[in-house]
Design a protein around this ligand. Sequence first.
Ligand code: PEP
Ligand code: MN
Length: 298
Amino acid sequence: MSIAGNVGLPDLPRICPLISRRVQRSMNAEESRIVAVRTVRFGDVRPVVIAGPCAVESFEQTLAIARAVKDVGAEMLRGGAFKPRTSPHDFQGLGMEGLRILREVSRETGLPIVTEVMDPRLVETVCEYADMLQIGSRNMQNYPLLIEAGKSGKPVLLKRGMAASLCEWLGAAEYLAKEGNLDVVLCERGIKAFPSGEYSRNVLDLSVISAVKEETFLPVIVDPSHATGVAGMVESASCAAIASGSHGLIIEVACDYPGAAKPRCDAVQAISPAALANIVRFIDMRMEHFALRKAHAI
Ligand code: PEP
Ligand code: MN
């Protein structure tokens, strides 16, 4: 497969030599860098499932969701303490209290944590609580933030800007690499295109997965929750992403717990633990299929 020659990416080796597969030739074409977050391995054969609430709202909510997603096979917990909201009047997240809750829930469940950092001045603080820093779509090109996150040495989940080209996205990852941080996982989360807002929130760009894998050795995962914005679309988008070669998924989940209220953020795209279980089963089936194929080939 050669995508690069066809779609005008000749500048990539110059823009991002440190992460370019065409420049760094130590890995073979099928291999990705393994980015380890505690026991979780991005870029390995089995796709990683990260799940959790959009926003951390309380200890009870976060713990209930963490237990529910762990029960059905999620390996890592997501949850925003600092939320980038369109309106400054909307819930902005619990901030430091949210970080403390995440740390406590991680201790209870053993799940590593990824959480968003928006402010370069807070990178050091968030690093004390999180196992992986999330840089959100709106901040993909916040270069001072990328430089701080790069210097921190923490694994980074770098979401694609909602209108970012592949060059711009990989250029952002290069900022992290230039600071010596190659523990970067890319995340496609839907882009602005014609149907945005009509029947789905964004448009899930599945073809970019192959293009990313061709151009860089960094692992790439998919966020079907923000890509579709509709709970009923998340399962099919997840399976399609896995079938397209994604190294993992990051999914928003809500569940019942005593005193549960409607999520304060992105309620319509949150799926149930039962729906998450179907997605994990799809991954299990594919893994079994590949194992069988390999066994027969020997
Ligand atoms: C999120 O994951 O909570 C989030 C805000 O995502 P994005 O930056 O992709 O919009
Ligand atoms: Mn969200």
